[in-house]
Design a protein around this ligand. Structure first.
Ligand SMILES: [Zn+2]
Length: 445
C-alpha cells in the first residue's frame, strides 16, 4: 500500500473523531505507524445497515430479501450506490454478482477479493451476509478517503443468491450447471429467470468463470451464527475452515402388519429400528473427541397409521466436520452399527448418498495475518470451524481464502432476532481492513 503522509495526517483527525476503538485512546493511536492507524467508520456501517434493512423489512423486525425478489433488486441498487460512493468501479457480472473494483498500482497482479452476500432466507435477519458486505464496502471507502493505493487491485464482491445454494460463487467456480439454471428458486422464478431479473445474462454465465490463480486471495467477514464467541467473550473468530457436509437418505425396511394381532416378538418394526439407529448416531458421533456433528433431522414412517406397525421408514443422516477422513470414519461406524440393528430387528438398512460438500480449509498464512491484525487492534481471537456454508468455500478453489467471524448475540441466526453489536461489527471491519493491507504486501502465491 501507498499513502502520502500529509493526506494521512489530515484524515487521521477524522478517524479519531468518528470511531471509538476500545483499547486505544487518541494519543496511543497517534503513536502507531501510519498504516496501522487507519480505522473504519463504525457508525457509518450501522447507518448503511439500518438503511438496507428497509428493503424487504417484515413485521417481525427482520427482513425477507430472498434472491430475485423485488426487495433483492432494490437492496442491490442501494448497495451499488454505496459502492459508487466508495469510489468503486461497479458492474453486474453475467451471473448477477455485484463487483466493485478499485485499481491497484501493479496491473499485472491478480486482484484481492473480499465481500459477502445481501440476500436472506425468508424471515431472516439483518446481519447474515450484510455485515460482511457493508464491512467490505466500508473498507473500500476508508481506503479511498485516506488515499491509500494498494499494490493489488481490489474487488468488493457481493455474491447473488447465497442462501439458495451459493449460486453466484458457484458460477464463478464453473460449477453451476445448465440443468440447475432451470430449478425454481424461493422467489418462484427459476434461477435462469432470476439472473436476468437482477441484471445478469444467463447465456453468458461461462464468461464469469475464474480459475485457480486468477485471484490473489479471498477474505470474508461474517457473523458467527453460533454462540461460541459471545459465550467466551472473544472479539474475533478466525475460521479454520468451512466444514464438509455429507448427507444420506437412509431407508429402513421392515414389515407393515396389524398392530393388534401381531405379537411383540414377531414384529419387524422399522420405526423401532430407526429409534435405535438415531440413538446410535448420537452415541457414535460423541464417542470421539472433536467438534464433529451428526444429525437425523427428518423422519417419515410408513404407512403412518396408529394401528399399523411401521413397515418402512425414510430418514436423513447428516455429518459435518473439517476433516473428510473423520466423516468417513464416523459413517463407517454408523453403517456397521445399522447392520447390527438390522440383524436383531429383522429389518434392512439402505444408505443413499444425496449430497457431499467437501471441507474447505482456510489458508494458514491468512489465519496468521487475521490474528496479527486483531492483536494490533487489541482484540482477542479464537480459532474455530464454520459449521455453516459460505461463498468463501467456493473461492477457496481459486486461491488462498480466509474468514473473520464476529459474535452473534445469543448465537441466533436466520431469524429476525439475529443481532450483532455495533462495536463488534466495527471491530470485524477493522480486522478485515488490516488483514487486507497485510495481504496486499504478503505474496501468498
Ligand atoms: Zn451468510
Amino acid at each position: 500500500m501507498k499513502m502520502d503522509r500529509r493526506s494521512f495526517n489530515l484524515s487521521l483527525v477524522a478517524a479519531i473523531g468518528s470511531t471509538a476503538i476500545r483499547p486505544f485512546n487518541a494519543l496511543a493511536l497517534a503513536q502507531l505507524p501510519p498504516q496501522l492507524q487507519l480505522r473504519v467508520n463504525g457508525p457509518r456501517i450501522m447507518n448503511h445497515l439500518n438503511s438496507l434493512a428497509e428493503f424487504g423489512k417484515n413485521p417481525q423486525g427482520g427482513v425477507s430479501r430472498v434472491a430475485y425478489s423485488d426487495a433483492d433488486v432494490s437492496g442491490r441498487a442501494y448497495v451499488m450506490e454505496l459502492m459508487r460512493a466508495a469510489k468503486l468501479d461497479v458492474h453486474i457480472d453475467a451471473a448477477g454478482n455485484l463487483i466493485g473494483r478499485r485499481a491497484g498500482s501493479h496491473a499485472t497482479m491478480p486482484p484481492l477479493l473480499f465481500g459477502s452476500h445481501i440476500d436472506t432466507v425468508p424471515e431472516g435477519g439483518n446481519y447474515d451476509g450484510v455485515v460482511g458486505s457493508l464491512g467490505a464496502i466500508e473498507v473500500a471507502q476508508t481506503l479511498a478517503e485516506h488515499n491509500v493505493t494498494t499494490d493489488h487491485s481490489l474487488e468488493v464482491i457481493i455474491f447473488q443468491n447465497e442462501e439458495g445454494g451459493l449460486i453466484g460463487s458457484r458460477a464463478i467456480d464453473g460449477e453451476l450447471t445448465e440443468k440447475e439454471l432451470d430449478l425454481v428458486s424461493r422467489s418462484g422464478k427459476t434461477i435462469r429467470e432470476g439472473i436476468k431479473f437482477i441484471g445478469g445474462d444467463p447465456n453468458q454465465i461461462a464468461s464469469v468463470r475464474r480459475k485457480r490463480g486468477d485471484i490473489a486471495a479471498y477474505l470474508e467477514l461474517h457473523i458467527e451464527q453460533g454462540g461460541t464467541l459471545e459465550a467466551g467473550k472473544i472479539n474475533i473468530g478466525i475460521v479454520e475452515g468451512i466444514v464438509g457436509i455429507n448427507w444420506w437418505d437412509v431407508s429402513v425396511e421392515g414389515f407393515a402388519n396389524h398392530a393388534g394381532t401381531t405379537p411383540m416378538n414377531q414384529r419387524q418394526d422399522a420405526l423401532l429400528a430407526s429409534a435405535k439407529f438415531i440413538e446410535a448416531v448420537n452415541r457414535i458421533v460423541t464417542s470421539v473427541p472433536g467438534r464433529q456433528v451428526g444429525t437425523v433431522g427428518r423422519i417419515q414412517a410408513l404407512p403412518g397409521a396408529p394401528n399399523v406397525i411401521p413397515g418402512k421408514v425414510i430418514l436423513s443422516l447428516e455429518l459435518r466436520d473439517l476433516d473428510a477422513a473423520k466423516i468417513k470414519m464416523l459413517y463407517d461406524r454408523i453403517y456397521a452399527e445399522a447392520q447390527e440393528i438390522a440383524r436383531t430387528s429383522k429389518t434392512r438398512f439402505d444408505f443413499k448418498e444425496i449430497n457431499v460438500n467437501v471441507p474447505a480449509p482456510t489458508d494458514t498464512r491468512i489465519r496468521q495475518l487475521i490474528d496479527e491484525s486483531a492483536k494490533e487492534l487489541g482484540l482477542t481471537t479464537r480459532l474455530m470451524p464454520s459449521g455453516a456454508g459460505h461463498d468463501a468455500q467456493d473461492m477457496a478453489r481459486l486461491g488462498p481464502m480466509g474468514m473473520i467471524f464476529v459474535p452473534s448475540v445469543g448465537g441466533i441466526s436466520h431469524s429476525p432476532r439475529e443481532f450483532s453489536r455495533p462495536e463488534d461489527i466495527a471491530n470485524g471491519a477493522n480486522v478485515l481492513l488490516h488483514t487486507l493491507l497485510k495481504l496486499d504486501r504478503a505474496n501468498l502465491n
